[in-house]
Ligand binder design. Structure first.
Ligand code: HEC
Length: 108
């Protein structure tokens, strides 16, 4: 029991990393409009960051100069005017999908 929290942290972190890697490898081989993060981005982020991540009330996200971990951290805790986004609004996997989508936009 003593080691359970540490084991949990390791597992969830490596699963997140693995899913982020899987998503980004899928995203690079798929067309931008097929990116799974696009729908999530449109639903959750676009109203503040602009329909194509170009920035509106909130700063531009293209090119994305944050790692997937940093985006997850910002999304969960909020930053300045950006409110924390709860898990029932967007899951860790969906945030990884959004990061992959934004990376695709940066490539264009
Ligand atoms: C309610 C409006 C709002 C929503 C929704 C929102 N953001 Fe933000 N976001 C902001 C604002 C405002 C900032 C600037 C915060 C600051 O530095 O004061 C910001 C900052 C950020 C930053 C840091 C940018 C930088 O250059 O420092 C990232 C990354 C980010 N948001 C990602 C996201 C993602 C991904 C989503 C969707 C999952 C999202 N945000 C949803 C308003 C929002």
């Amino acid at each position: 029991m003593k080691f359970a929290p540490r084991v949990f942290f390791r597992c969830s972190r490596s699963m997140l990393l693995a899913s982020a890697m899987l998503v980004s490898s899928l995203a690079t081989s798929a067309l931008a409009e097929d990116a799974p993060g696009q729908k999530v981005y449109d639903r959750v982020c676009a109203r503040c960051h602009g329909p194509a991540g170009e920035g509106a009330e909130a700063p531009t996200l293209v090119p994305l100069n944050h790692t997937a971990d940093q985006v997850l951290y910002i999304a969960r805790l909020g930053r300045g005017e950006m409110p924390p986004l709860p898990k029932n609004t967007i899951s860790n996997e969906e945030i990884a999908d959004v990061v992959a989508y934004l990376t695709t936009l940066a490539a264009h």
